[in-house]
Design a binder for this molecule. Structure first.
Ligand code: HEM
Length: 125
């Protein structure tokens, strides 16, 4: 599995979604989902492309299973977090219902970042 390439491809996909959403927001004047747009672009695009570059610069970080664990947990956590944020801010699901789900998605993202941090500490030399 080519972690750097996979992060780049998924990051660019999120960028396309974020840009189209931003264009819709600009055109319609509807700013209710601005935080979703911001998180698609920042978690989805900016961070994933940054991870891609870091794995390219430090290929020794891809040697263990840590990078794959980081990749999959970050993908799952980010996708679920964005969907939950969309459902909450779009008014589709009450905050009281989606709140606990949000906490789980945030935890998944946090664990993936902890794994990334440990991997960087151990292998990025
Ligand atoms: C075609 C490209 C884009 C368009 C048309 C667009 C459009 C918008 C619009 C209309 C807003 C709401 C502004 C407001 O309510 O005052 C916004 C907010 C935001 N956008 Fe974008 N955007 C684009 C690309 C991006 C990219 C690439 C990023 C980050 C990598 C980004 C990050 C943000 C952030 C963080 C906010 C929240 C700003 C705030 O609330 O102060 N956007 N964008």
């Amino acid at each position: 599995m080519n972690i750097a390439r996979n992060f780049l491809v998924t990051g660019v996909l999120y960028l396309l979604i974020g840009l189209v959403m931003g264009m819709y927001m600009g055109g319609s004047g509807d700013r209710s989902l601005t935080p979703v747009h911001a998180h698609i672009n920042l978690l989805g695009f900016t961070l994933m492309v940054l991870f891609s570059v870091i794995y390219k610069v430090f290929p020794q970080m891809t040697g263990s299973g840590l990078a794959q664990l980081h990749f999959w947990l970050f993908q799952i956590g980010t996708l679920l977090l964005l969907v939950a944020l969309f459902l909450m801010l779009g008014g589709f699901v009450p905050e009281a219902t989606i709140g606990p789900v949000m906490s789980v998605t945030e935890l998944i993202v946090l664990v993936s970042i902890l794994i990334f941090s440990w991997n960087a500490y151990r292998h990025a030399v």
